[in-house]
Design a protein around this ligand. Structure first.
Ligand SMILES: Cc1cc2nc3c(=O)[nH]c(=O)nc-3n(C[C@H](O)[C@H](O)[C@H](O)COP(=O)(O)OP(=O)(O)OC[C@H]3O[C@@H](n4cnc5c(N)ncnc54)[C@H](O)[C@@H]3O)c2cc1C
Length: 440
């Protein structure tokens, strides 16, 4: 079947099987060039192997829960959305969540995803106690910080290239309600937005939507959004008796691929200006429900169709703290000068992280969406070069086009990862279009 990631580029013909049993899975793995696929929410080609893509979504059982520790043991195909549906009514929420709940636990571990609380809590690894990984001959190895620690370390952020994640034990966070106390801080430019992050390092959640089309003194103007889990007394009166219940958001499907001209620099610029003005009017604190706060995009099914048939590219880098102000300023100036406007642009402060191959490091991360056009493709090498100049690196879960030399130049850990895979005899067994493109 034809397969792509969330960005609808690249598209490739792939043989896809969806096993239901471990023995079946082992048979598929034994064929070689295997890659596990979760819910396909990574943007590029990391979950595609033309010869052997293994859809893990039938491995979807929750196996046990310990209410004393919040530890959930579950199969890797369980969706984060199902974890929330099942456990939020009992007062538990994922410790770390990305901007969509429509991902599997296996995908969260393999990309070692981050959320709006990275500066305090780190990436997904912070809540993972152990993982069961199936290797090339169908053998299953349990790994944790104390047991088979190197397999554990490389699997977190290893993009499915260390084996197939079968089961995991992850800890959830106890919360007092399903509501969030949100504080909206409009920031007139990039410096003001970064000052707001630095002044609020104690906030549980922080993230900024950034208007990439703004220029001059307003370059990088943003809406910085802080968040705290609300106490039951803060929940809107009509929900106070059932504080974990929040209004259901209607899922509005995006019906068709939009025509190529729908998202162009002009429409994006107009949208961004209106969005900023509207957000700035909401300055201050209000109580919002968890779904709207963490997952606004999930309310529009298949919103990726907005970018049309040619799909879109995400660019996400992180720049270390000491060069981040200059690096971010240069990235935004290059985007502004190119006339390419990113529709969804997010800025986030990361806290420290020390891990084998995960993306985050202390500093700032910028995530940008560009419709796939000649001009946007031409802009990418410039953004790559600025990131490299400032000691930054790139997020593989968003990547669909980076050349191998850019990865090697930005992240010396890539070579160590490829060597570890070779030494363990994994290179021929587990491969994706991305791993081949990047020489992993
Ligand atoms: C709207 C949106 C917002 C997002 N926001 C964020 C964000 O804020 N932070 C962030 O970090 N990410 C974010 N992402 C990216 C997303 O969280 C990751 O790409 C995640 O890995 C997707 O999980 P998935 O189950 O869809 O996995 P897939 O996309 O199917 O696969 C992703 C990778 O995981 C591997 N994998 C999947 N299952 C297994 C398994 N069982 N065993 C071994 N490897 C496996 C695949 O081989 C592949 O390399 C966002 C994505 C979208 C669409």
């Amino acid at each position: 079947m034809q397969l792509s990631g969330w960005g609808n580029f690249p598209k490739a013909e792939a043989r896809v099987r969806a096993p239901r049993k471990e023995a079946e899975l082992a048979d598929h793995v034994a064929e070689g060039s295997a890659i596990a696929r979760g819910n396909g929410r990574s943007y590029g080609d990391s979950a595609i192997s033309p010869r052997n893509t293994i859809d893990m979504r039938h491995f979807d059982r929750m196996l046990s829960f310990n209410p004393a520790t919040g530890q959930l043991v579950a199969e890797a195909g369980v969706m984060l959305a199902d974890v929330i549906d099942c456990f939020l009514p009992r007062g538990w929420f994922p410790m770390v969540t990305p901007g969509t709940k429509l991902i599997t636990l296996g995908g969260a571990i393999a990309a070692d995803v981050h959320g709006k609380n990275h500066h305090l809590d780190g990436s997904f690894r912070a809540c993972v106690d152990w993982i069961d990984v199936m290797g090339p001959r169908g053998e299953v190895t349990r790994c944790s910080r104390d047991e088979n620690a190197d397999l554990f370390e490389w699997t977190l952020g290893g993009m499915g290239l260390t084996g197939v994640i079968l089961r995991c034990a992850v800890r959830l966070r106890a919360v007092k309600s399903g509501w969030i106390r949100q504080e909206m801080i409009p920031a007139d430019n990039l410096a003001a937005a970064m000052d707001a992050f630095e002044a609020n390092m104690g906030a549980t959640y922080s993230v900024a939507w950034i208007d990439c089309a703004a220029k001059g003194d307003h370059l990088g103007r943003s809406l910085v959004m802080l968040g705290e889990h609300a106490d039951p007394g803060e929940v809107p009166p009509r929900y106070r008796a059932t504080p974990f219940k929040a209004p259901r958001h209607r899922n509005i499907p995006f019906p068709i691929n939009a025509p190529g001209f729908a998202l162009n620099p002009l429409t994006v610029r107009a949208f961004n200006a209106a969005y900023y003005r509207n957000g700035a009017r909401q300055k201050g604190t209000r109580i919002v429900d968890w779904d709207g706060y963490f997952y606004p995009l999930d309310a529009i099914g298949n919103w990726n169709r907005l970018y049309g048939r040619r799909g879109f590219m995400q660019f996400q880098c992180v720049i270390p703290q000491d060069t981040a102000r200059e690096g971010m300023q240069r990235l935004l100036s290059a985007i502004s000068a190119s006339g390419q406007a990113s529709f969804l642009s997010v800025l986030k402060r990361f806290g420290p992280q020390d891990s084998a191959f995960s993306f985050p490091m202390a500093g700032y991360t910028l995530a940008l969406d560009f419709p796939r056009s000649k001009a946007a493709i031409a802009l990418m090498p410039e953004l790559d070069a600025i990131t490299l100049d400032h000691g930054g690196r790139f997020y593989l879960a968003k990547d669909s086009r980076m050349p191998a030399e850019i990865l090697a130049g930005s992240d010396p850990r890539a070579e160590a990862f490829a060597t570890w895979r070779r030494d363990r005899g994994l290179s021929a067994s587990f491969a994706s279009l991305q791993s081949e493109r990047l020489n992993l």
